[in-house]
Write a protein that binds this ligand. Structure first.
Ligand code: L34
Length: 293
């Protein structure tokens, strides 16, 4: 069994990005600049955005964190988005989700200039991705593909079973892995809460992706021997033995499933750091205006 170490790989890739940034600066150009908008005080969002800002420092990017209270109106947020769209010093930006319930996430996403949409959440980027055209790819699916690629895991001809159909993970990952492209050419099954016999589906997976948001949902009886397991879930559960009172677990029961797996991602330290690193790659692409349309 191989542990797919997302934390170590993200350090490697960030060092590669750093070399490119140093070259940009050596030419007398400015480094890439990412902005992140964080509305409210969701502790998970705070941690994720904190990791993004820290990663910017590690790769030599400029970063701007725009924090606004939970009470921010949709109109105020749309004004921030419009200002970032106009700001020539900002190569790309993200609005961290989820947003407070009084703000329409779809409206905010649509307001982002697709050329600065380093999250790849704008329908224009999503549609272009689905058609195999140059586009910003969403960070978590891109991070998963990088983790597979850099660990020499073949996807062509493999049966990939994805549990979860969200707009930011399950659906785009299914599209990317079934496309005729690098890290594609897989036969993809997308399963969800209405799937009739879930275990029958997951047991057929050569590569199983869990992205449902339910702690320890995938158990040993649901996978075949030799499966590659990608655990996208990050769930905080109570643990009185920790001084924080809690710990992070994935959607996969790691202790049970790992012994049956050929390779498996840990939580934390698996897909999460790769998501952040994929965002750094998109921001570098934005600085280099690599995605043209
Ligand atoms: N706009 N909203 C927007 N873009 C995104 O790409 C995200 N996502 C998801 C939630 N909302 C978003 C993230 O940034 C999930 N996500 C994310 C980012 C980083 C990590 C996990 C999810 C991460 O760094 N995980 C660490 C542990 C972090 C902790 O201690 O809580 C890990 O090792 O898995």
């Amino acid at each position: 069994m191989v542990v797919l170490d997302g934390k170590a790989l993200s350090t490697t890739i960030k060092n590669e990005i750093r070399i490119e940034v140093d070259q940009i600066i050596a030419k007398g150009d400015r480094p890439p600049h990412l902005a992140a908008v964080l509305v409210g005080n969701n502790p998970a969002s705070e941690a994720y955005v904190g990791n993004k800002v820290r990663s910017c420092e590690q790769v030599g990017f400029s970063s701007t964190l725009i924090r606004r209270p939970e009470t921010t109106t949709e109109e105020e947020l749309l004004k921030i988005v419009s200002d970032l769209n106009e700001d020539a010093d900002i190569d790309g930006f993200i609005v961290q989700l989820p947003l407070p319930s009084h703000i329409n996430e779809e409206k905010v996403t649509l307001a982002i200039n697709p050329h600065k949409d380093v999250d790849g959440f704008h329908p224009l980027n999503f549609g272009r991705m689905a058609q195999g055209l140059p586009a910003y790819l969403p960070a978590t699916p891109q991070g998963v593909l990088l983790l597979l690629e850099r660990n020499g895991i073949e996807t062509s001809g493999q049966h990939v079973v994805i549990v979860g159909r969200s707009n930011i993970v399950g659906t785009p990952l299914g599209i990317l892995m079934s496309r005729k492209d690098k890290m594609g050419n897989a036969t993809v099954t997308i399963t969800h809460s209405r799937t009739k016999d879930l275990a029958a589906e997951t047991k057929r997976a050569d590569i199983l992706v869990a992205a449902i948001g339910i702690p320890n949902f995938i158990t040993a009886d649901m996978v075949k021997e030799g499966v590659v397991v990608i655990d996208v879930g990050i769930n905080r559960i109570d643990d009185p033995t920790r001084k924080s009172g809690s710990r992070l677990v994935g959607d996969v029961d790691y202790d049970q499933v790992a012994p049956k797996s050929k390779a498996i991602t840990p939580v934390p330290g698996g897909v999460g750091p790769m998501t952040v690193t994929a965002l750094m790659l998109n921001t570098l692409k934005a600085r280099k205006k690599e995605i043209r349309y």
